[in-house]
Write a protein that binds this ligand. Structure first.
Ligand code: NAP
Length: 280
């Protein structure tokens, strides 16, 4: 018999988490999963507080989840800018004094033909998807490191994309810089895994395939629509909230304790048929 004890293996009881871009889409799925798994406080951040897609409505919905013991708290911040990230650090320090889980999920894309690409679009994508992730990790390291232990490290999860390894879109709706930014995010995360592992922080990357969302819906249409992409997916469907929940809870709970520097695709295997996904 082994010494294995898997009681509470997937529990996030007592944990404090921050999910950037938590007001909708994949970030909202992750925040929901953390609360359902027992987290004490889940901070969500995005730029907009008010409105149909703002943080405030998401906080109300999260706090209305049945059978949760924790709470959601919204903090508006632009995480493409150091001053926005510093405000988040200060606010979370003042409210909780700790952080166990950082999900760098907020992301931007831009699509269009290659030669006329406006330079501001590349800057916007790189500032959020690469510089922003680097600065989030850098500025939150003191809090994460103070909360992590050798037995139970703090966690950074970077939300990347299968576009980091595949070429989904070129031509009229090309997203070349998005793709490059996600490849950079993957390698940034590997570097963080080695830099921060000794400080009791693990870093891993989750690469979603297509999940319907504000960011993805236009891209899905450009590739032929949901039905077409479902046909091309080995699992016969696009991603769902439970798919994000599963990987986030695994990586952030005791079950994922020793996983560090990994890059996990959550796409039903669609990336392996890459040639069929490229539209020239
Ligand atoms: N959905 C997919 O199929 C898919 C596939 C692969 C990868 N991903 C990745 O998954 C992540 C989430 O995408 P999603 O599909 O859930 O997108 P989404 O529905 O458009 O949500 C994006 C979130 O990020 C926030 N955000 C955007 N810019 C921000 C900034 N500068 N500072 C702070 N927050 C910001 C948005 O709120 P505000 O606009 O109010 O700031 C929103 O909460 C992204 O990194 C994306 O690249 C998504």
């Amino acid at each position: 018999m082994s010494d294995l004890n898997i009681d509470g293996f997937f529990s996030l009881q007592g944990k404090v988490a921050l999910v950037t871009g938590g007001s909708r889409g994949l970030g909202l799925h992750a925040a929901t999963a953390f609360l359902l798994a027992g987290a004490k406080t889940v901070f969500i951040s995005a730029r907009k507080a008010a409105g149909e897609q703002g943080i405030d409505q998401a906080v109300v919905r999260l706090n209305a989840l049945p059978n949760i013991s924790g709470k959601a708290v919204g903090i508006p911040a632009n995480v493409a800018e150091v001053k926005g990230i510093q405000r988040l650090v200060d606010d979370i320090t003042a409210r909780e004094g700790r952080l166990d889980i950082l999900v760098a999920n907020a992301g931007a894309t831009w699509g269009g033909p290659f030669e006329p690409t406006p330079d501001w679009s590349s800057q916007k994508v790189l500032d959020l998807n690469v510089r922003g992730v680097f600065n989030l990790a850098r500025l939150f390291t003191p809090l994460l490191s103070a909360s992590g232990t050798a037995k139970d490290p703090s966690r950074i999860v970077v939300v990347s994309s299968t576009a980091a390894t595949n070429v989904h879109h070129v031509g009229e709706h090309g997203t070349i810089m998005y793709s490059a930014s996600k490849a950079a995010a993957n390698h940034l995360a590997r570097n963080l895994a080695v830099e921060l592992g000794p400080r009791n922080i693990t870093t891993n990357t989750v690469s979603p395939g297509f999940f319907p969302s504000k960011l993805a819906n236009g891209l899905i249409e450009n590739l032929g629509g949901q039905e077409q992409l479902e046909k091309e997916n080995p699992r016969g469907r696009l991603g769902q909230s439970s798919d994000i929940a599963g990987i986030m809870i695994y990586l952030c709970s005791r079950a994922g304790n020793y996983v560090n520097g990994e890059h996990i695709a959550v796409d039903g295997g669609a990336r392996l048929g890459a040639g069929r996904l490229t539209r020239l």
